[in-house]
Every structure is written in C-alpha cells, then in structure tokens.
Ligand binder design. Structure first.
Ligand code: FMN
Length: 189
C-alpha cells in the first residue's frame, strides 16, 4: 500500500464503489458493507456514509467518533455480501471469517487486508443528520491505496493484472457490477 495525499483522497470513493465500514471501540471491532457513501468536499477531504440504526457498526462509530472506509475488490465480493448480511454484535466477524487487518496509521482502526484502498475518518458530529437520515460525515485523516490500482492521485486503467482490485458496485440482492473499463472523455469541439 502507498500513502495517498489527502488532497486526492476523495477520488478513492468518487466513483461510488461499495465500501466496508470498519469500526472499533471498547475492545470490539467490526466491518459492515455500505453501498451508500460519497465524497462531499475535496479539501479538507470529507465523506458521508449511511449507517442504519439497526447496525452494530453504528454504536461503535458513535462511541469512538471515528470509522474507516475500505474499498474492496472483486475477489472479495462474497465477503462483502456476507459482512453486509450479518451483524457483528454476537460474534466477531474478523475471528469468524479469519480476516487479517493492519492498524490504521493515524487512528489505529482495522484496515482489512486485501482491499484496494482505505480512508480513516474522524466523525464530524452532525446529530440531526445522523438521527434523521442515518448520515455520518467524516473528515479523512489518512488515505492509502494499493499501487497496482491507484497511482499519482488517480485510479489506474483496469487491466487483467489488477483484476482482483476492480471495484464493486452493488446492483442489489448480492449482485455487483465491476469497474473493469476506463473511458477517457474529451471536450466536444
Ligand atoms: C452490498 C451491501 C450494501 C449495503 N449498504 C448499506 C449502507 O449503505 N448502509 C447501511 O446502513 N447498511 C448497508 N448494508 C447493510 C449492512 O451492511 C448490514 O446491516 C450489516 O449486517 C450491518 O452489520 P453490523 O450489524 O455488524 O454493523 C448493505 C449490505 C450489503 C450486502
């Protein structure tokens, strides 16, 4: 993984990939899938993610004031679907599925190995947005990406060599589209 400059961090989720929300508090840690996240500011980089009231993640994020968005690749589709279909409240998902994580460089949050990118975020307290719309805003305080898929502040052209890291886009009911082709737009003249 390489460090991504914070001014480029929003590009990591600009294209709307399904992400994993990582959280930790009081000796517990967790991962859930989220299809609803997006950047809302370049500098400082800020993002928003919807975290439903029913989730175990929500309590950990609220209590700790932080979370991490990890961007999984196509090789993790089954895992993403599973992490988004079960609660981690009763059983630790890392232990149950043998998941390995590294500690985030700024907040120490669990960064699931094998993902294409990670964004550690400090929660921005917006109680009304949380209560009314389940929207959790965060300021990105560290960003990193796998150099096979992201370099010089940009996603790289998807190829067969980085196919494992092509991002997942949820179509519903466990069916994902995969971002496997790039089209360079030109201004019309
Ligand atoms: C592909 C996918 C995308 C999802 N997107 C979201 C989302 O954006 N927001 C949300 O609150 N739940 C979303 N979910 C549901 C949560 O991931 C699910 O409720 C999960 O079991 C919560 O885990 P937890 O209780 O361990 O936190 C999604 C599920 C899947 C499978």
């Amino acid at each position: 993984m390489q460090t991504v400059e914070l001014r480029h961090a929003s590009r990591l989720v600009n294209h709307g990939p399904t992400v994993l929300v990582g959280s930790a508090h009081g000796g517990r840690r967790n991962l859930m899938a989220a299809a609803w996240s997006m950047p809302v500011e370049f500098t400082p980089p800020r993002i928003v993610v919807v975290i439903d009231k029913s989730t175990f993640t929500r309590g950990l994020v609220t209590a700790s004031g932080q979370f991490v968005l990890s961007v999984p690749g196509r090789h993790q589709a089954d895992l993403v679907y599973t992490l988004g279909s079960e609660s981690g409240e009763a059983a630790d998902k890392f232990a149950r599925y043998g998941l390995a994580a590294d500690a985030g460089p700024v907040l120490g949050l669990p960064l699931l190995q094998g993902c294409g990118a990670h964004l550690e975020c400090r929660l921005i307290e917006e109680p009304h947005a949380q209560a009314a719309y389940d929207c959790f805003f965060g300021e990105v305080v560290s960003a990193q990406a796998d150099e096979r898929i992201f370099g010089n502040g940009h996603w790289l052209v998807p190829t067969a060599d980085n196919a494992d890291l092509h991002t997942l886009h949820h179509l519903g009911a466990g069916l994902f589209g995969v971002a496997s082709e790039a089209v360079q737009a030109r201004m019309l003249t």
